[in-house]
Ligand binder design. Structure first.
Ligand code: SF4
Length: 281
């Protein structure tokens, strides 16, 4: 996607989230980080992607935030866990960079997606950037695990046109094994979004032998269908594009030998969601 260039500030460098990026905030003091988190004047961004067609409706600009408190066994981007791996970017610069794409995004029925990492780790920056996008007439989306959803007020939720919510498995015990955290806050956030009639796309990562339990999928499908605001479910096949990051970072990777699901398994999972009346892909 081509940005409308201005001499004042060049567009932020577009990078794939699959690129290993470390220590980009080196030299930023602890007090500056604290202040950034309190005010949202500064954000920590792992990378930007333009022209994405898989991170929400239409063609999108995506900002991948740094910082996540979960430790999903299948995480593709463990370098986004640490906020200090993100490049510090002022809110003003992020808004200016986004503004250069606003006409193109409207033409392509797209918008802006804030993903991560977990964008609500930087909730003040996230909401201010999303509000600015909305004010420019840009469709807004966050991709989140929902754990910190209560950080956003009801009023702030109005700045988010779509929530792409990761539901990883079912039941607190399995969820803790897979992610390190309970599922309860994620489900509470989903219910709150339903009460407020804010649309959700559910994202579910399918890993053979890890997240392919029929009972768990049925429970997730049943929960999602009962909400009434889930517009679609995306079954995302696990892949190994992030394996090298685990190895480079020296983290122990439990899925070293895990395979991607074959088309039959993906189809089987999609049918479980469709059986509950959901649009699933
Ligand atoms: S919530 Fe997302 S970024 Fe965080 S560990 Fe899980 S997959 Fe990785």
């Amino acid at each position: 996607m081509v940005a409308e260039e201005t001499a004042a500030s060049p567009p932020l460098e577009g990078k794939s989230p699959f690129e290993l990026r470390l220590d980009q905030a080196r030299g930023t003091s602890e007090s500056a980080v604290k202040q950034a988190l309190n005010t949202g004047d500064l954000g920590f961004i792992h990378s930007f992607t333009t022209g994405s067609t898989v991170d929400g409706p239409g063609v999108r600009v995506v900002a991948w935030t740094a910082g996540c408190q979960w430790r999903c066994l299948y995480c593709h981007n463990p370098d986004t866990w640490n906020m200090m791996n993100g490049m510090p970017i002022t809110l003003g610069r992020a808004v200016e960079a986004l503004s250069k794409y606003r006409h193109g995004l409207k033409l392509m029925s797209g918008g802006f997606t804030l993903s991560g990492g977990e964008p609500l780790m930087q909730d003040r920056f996230a909401i201010r950037l999303l509000r600015a996008a909305k004010q420019m007439g840009i469709h807004t989306c966050i991709e989140t695990n929902g754990f910190l959803g209560e950080r956003l007020s009801d009023d702030e939720l109005e700045a988010v046109d779509l929530v792409m919510l990761g539901i990883k498995t079912w039941g607190n015990e399995k969820h803790r094994q897979l992610t390190g955290k309970d599922i309860t806050p994620t489900l509470a956030f989903a219910r709150r979004l339903a009460d407020r009639k804010r649309p959700i796309w559910v994202r579910f990562v399918l890993v053979p032998g890890l997240t392919d339990d029929a009972e768990d999928l049925t429970q997730i499908a049943n929960f999602a269908a009962g909400l009434g605001n889930v517009e679609r479910v995306e079954v995302l096949p696990f892949h190994q594009m992030g394996r090298y990051k685990w190895n480079e970072l020296g983290f122990s990777y439990a899925l070293e030998n895990a395979k991607s699901p074959d088309p039959e398994l993906i189809d089987w999972a999609v049918r479980i969601f469709r059986a509950e009346g959901l649009k699933a892909y």
